[in-house]
Design a protein around this ligand. Structure first.
Ligand code: AMP
Length: 179
């Protein structure tokens, strides 16, 4: 089963991805997590990625596609995966042909995004107000067209992300016929 989770920062994609991975026995993968790990490396690529992430902008489509396809070619992901954070641009969608089954768009308002991120106990290094504002703008500009692309394809399920965590998981499982 190949599942994509789309949502603005703070929407709970990774929480849902981890919960679904356990319930469905399908591996979970997050491009944000992959890039944050790469940003820790003391190499030119690691430093470049760190700068980009902390500024709240996107890694280039070319690099992203290369890294994602390298991960997805690993044996553990051949049968299926739950991916969070990719694709984020139309260019990424158009260059990604991987037989996706369902795409879940976990929708929350911009106000709720800010509320959730700054209400957290721990704020990450890449979570400055400027970076978050940029990510929100980039989501509307580049990722909403991805949502529309999948809606048009008939595989998009939109979920109200402002519900309790368990209710969201249940809604996703229901849409997958796995209640
Ligand atoms: P996230 O945790 O999903 O918000 O990702 C953290 C950061 O990683 C983003 O702000 C981007 O800089 C980068 N990133 C993650 N996924 C992608 C992607 N699909 N395309 C480009 N950049 C990405």
């Amino acid at each position: 089963m190949k599942i994509i989770l789309i949502g603005i920062q703070g929407s709970g994609k990774s929480t849902q991805g981890i919960a679904l991975s356990k319930k469905l026995g399908v591996p979970y993968l997050s491009t944000g997590h992959i890039f944050r790990e790469m940003a820790k490396e003391k190499t030119p690529l690691g430093r470049e990625i760190k700068l980009i992430i902390n500024a709240g902008v996107l890694i280039s489509d070319q690099k992203t596609l290369l890294i994602v396809s390298e991960y997805l070619s690993r044996p553990e992901y051949v049968k299926g995966y739950i991916i969070d954070g990719f694709p984020r641009t139309i260019n990424q969608v158009e260059n990604f042909s991987n037989g996706v089954d369902k795409v879940f768009y976990i929708k929350i308002s911009d106000k709720e995004t800010l509320w959730r991120i700054f209400g957290r106990q721990e704020v990450r290094e890449d979570e400055t107000m400027l970076a978050i504002r940029r990510r929100i703008d980039l989501f509307h500009k580049f990722t909403e067209p991805v949502v529309e692309y999948y809606r048009h394809k008939g595989i998009l399920v939109e979920i109200n992300g402002e519900q309790p965590i368990k209710a969201i998981t249940a809604e996703i499982l229901k849409a997958l016929g796995k209640e």
